[in-house]
Design a protein around this ligand. Structure first.
Ligand code: NAD
Ligand code: MG
Length: 387
């Protein structure tokens, strides 16, 4: 029986992964090793019971007594905190879904890679912050990394066995998020509630706001650069309000292969679960006649300054990705806490990059997890709102 783990099981991606495992036979088809969550203890316990997990881990030490109570008599082990997440990720499993949000997903992801097996990577922050460490851990563990971001899964599927050398350009699409058509002068007034609604995708709050600001797309451009070893000039972004075409691969012979699908992450997760096979998934099939038209346009960089910041990050290399992500996480925290306007987030990130780019070692890729965490902490400090 295949051993599986989900880190961030109680989130949007985690729930979709859980749904797929349950539909595919649940505990009769999979040996669930570890499930992790945050403060939604009731849901984590319910999932752990349903899949008969070996261990359930909450990220928060103070939530351990509740988790212990919720799983009393179930036979599921319980644990809490960062070290427990790493221990759980080190347990032998064949397939691990990395679905924690933020840089917090990096340490368990690295542990899973060192151990080997397949890492289905939704946590794009891991590649943005620490691609060389992620790749080195995968090499050491003999692990396979599969993308679980709709665009990157789409590129992966469109590429097939084609040689990346023959790829002229990769285009990833962006819905444009909540404020795609807002007058520019109104963006400064955008509220957290308005930014937390997405026209097409149901996702966690943080990535939904990142979609409105296009920080999500900026992260994805860097993710594509790292995942596929593509030079930045070959990665393009198009606004595609219908969210049906997820990515396109243009070859040097003029042919472009696009990947289309309904906006439902269970496709990318299920593809990574079944790879290299394909199996039926509980998704509606596309009805293009019903959709009628698919439209595309260039993104406006005044509306979405995060895209230009991503290009700067790729050009700088070294610690820029870790700084960019952490500064973005801090700015997002401050926006959610209403300490910052929507339009001020990009400025905070640019400020952190600017301040830290002069520091010794900035141009070198972080060589260890603690190196990444140091840059992360420094970036959060620089990006934080002056109180
Ligand atoms: P979410 O907020 O819905 O869920 C996040 C999960 O991580 C929860 O289980 C939460 O308890 C856990 N978590 C949060 N903070 C944590 C911490 N500090 N330590 C340990 N665990 C913590 O997020 P999501 O929308 O499912 O996104 C998860 C990841 O997948 C992100 O990296 C996101 O960019 C990526 N992703 C999401 C989607 C989507 O459709 N939601 C699509 C593509 C990629
Ligand atoms: Mg995506």
């Amino acid at each position: 029986m295949r051993g599986v783990s989900i880190f961030g099981a109680t989130g949007s991606i985690g729930e979709s992964g859980f749904d797929l495992l349950m539909r595919a036979g649940g505990p009769d088809a999979f040996r669930t090793v570890a499930l992790s969550g945050g403060r939604n203890i009731a849901r984590l316990a319910e999932m752990a019971r349903a899949l008969r997990a070996e261990i359930a881990v909450t990220a928060y030490d103070d939530a351990l007594p509740d988790l212990r109570d919720a799983l009393a008599g179930s036979g599921v082990q319980v644990a809490a905190g960062g070290a427990a997440l790493i221990e759980a990720a080190s347990r032998p499993a064949d397939w691990t879904l990395s679905a924690i949000v933020g840089a917090a997903g990096l340490p368990p992801g690295l542990a899973a890679l060192e151990r080997g097996g397949t890492l289905a990577l939704a946590n794009k922050e891991s590649l943005v912050c620490a691609a060389p460490l992620v790749k080195a851990a995968a090499r050491r563990g003999g692990a396979t990394i599969l993308p679980v971001d709709s665009e990157h899964s789409a590129i992966f599927q469109s590429l097939g066995s084609d040689n990346i050398e023959n790829v002229e350009a990769v285009t990833i699409t962006a819905s444009g998020g909540a404020f795609r058509d807002w007058p520019l002068e109104q963006l400064a007034l955008a509220t957290v509630e308005q930014a937390s609604t997405h026209p097409n995708w149901a996702m966690g709050q943080r990535i939904t706001i990142d979609s409105a600001s296009m920080f999500n797309k900026a992260m994805e451009v860097i993710e594509a650069h790292e995942f596929f070893d593509l030079p930045p000039r070959r990665i393009k972004v198009l606004v595609h309000p219908e969210s049906i075409v997820h990515a396109m691969v243009t070859h040097n012979d003029g042919g472009t292969i696009a990947h289309l699908g309904p906006p439902d992450m269970r496709h990318a997760i299920g593809y990574a679960l079944n790879w290299p096979d394909r199996r039926p998934l509980p998704l509606p099939l596309l009805d293009l006649a019903k959709i009628g038209s698919l439209t595309f346009r260039e993104p406006c960089e005044t509306r979405w300054p995060a895209l230009a910041l991503a290009r700067g990050v790729m050009a700088a290399g070294g610690a820029a990705g870790a700084v960019f992500n952490a500064a973005k996480e801090q700015a997002l925290d401050d926006f959610i806490a209403r300490r910052l306007k929507f339009t001020e987030m990009a400025g905070r990130v640019a400020h952190a990059l600017d301040r830290l780019s002069g520091q010794p070692g900035f141009g070198e890729s972080p060589s260890s997890l603690s190196d990444v965490l140091d840059w992360d902490a420094a970036a959060r400090k620089e990006a934080a709102c002056p109180i």
